[in-house]
Design a protein around this ligand. Structure first.
Ligand code: 4NP
Length: 158
């Protein structure tokens, strides 16, 4: 069976998108669907390529029962062919991804918070320069947005 491939994208791939990847993976595992999915994350910038998630993001994830296992990589044009769903954390990330788009469009590219029932279409705030509260806010946003994203994907794929 063909797997559904989901990619979360932020700027540095050390704070928001690895957390989105971890939270979404946990939901997929909890529903017994992990064999059906390939889930990854990346950044539009190359500053942190090869780095582990920011320790604040990893600590926040652990507090919320999520284990992050990821090394940062940069978004590449080939990701458009590889992935079925590409989720940008904010408008700046979305614009950066769109600037690399070609003519093929066999994927769905959206803002992560298009799936947030509390603030549809808002940006996932960048917690890099903020305090711990910022990371918990990001976690809460991603927790509810990825739940709706998973429902959306399961509907589309059924
Ligand atoms: P992320 O956060 O895009 O959520 O991973 C950032 C990480 C690093 C930087 C900015 C944002 N930076 O400027 O290095």
């Amino acid at each position: 069976m063909k797997k559904t491939k989901v990619l979360f994208v932020c700027l540095g791939n050390i704070c928001r998108s690895p957390l989105a990847e971890g939270v979404f993976k946990k939901k997929v595992i909890e529903q017994g669907l992990d064999q059906q999915f390939v889930i990854d994350s990346c950044g539009t910038a190359a500053y942190h390529v090869g780095d582990q998630p920011d320790p604040r993001s990893a600590a926040n994830a652990r507090t919320n029962g999520v284990f992050l296992d990821h090394r940062a990589r940069q978004f590449h044009r080939s990701d458009f062919e590889e992935f079925d769903y590409i989720l940008a954390m904010d408008r700046s990330n979305l614009r950066n991804i769109q600037s690399l788009e070609g003519s093929a469009s066999d994927y769905e590219l959206s803002l992560m918070r298009e799936f947030d029932p509390e603030a549809k279409g808002a940006d996932v705030p960048d917690p890099y320069y903020g305090g711990e509260r910022g990371f918990q806010d990001v976690f809460d946003i991603l927790d509810r947005s990825t739940a709706v994203l998973l429902e959306h994907i399961l509907k589309q794929e059924s």
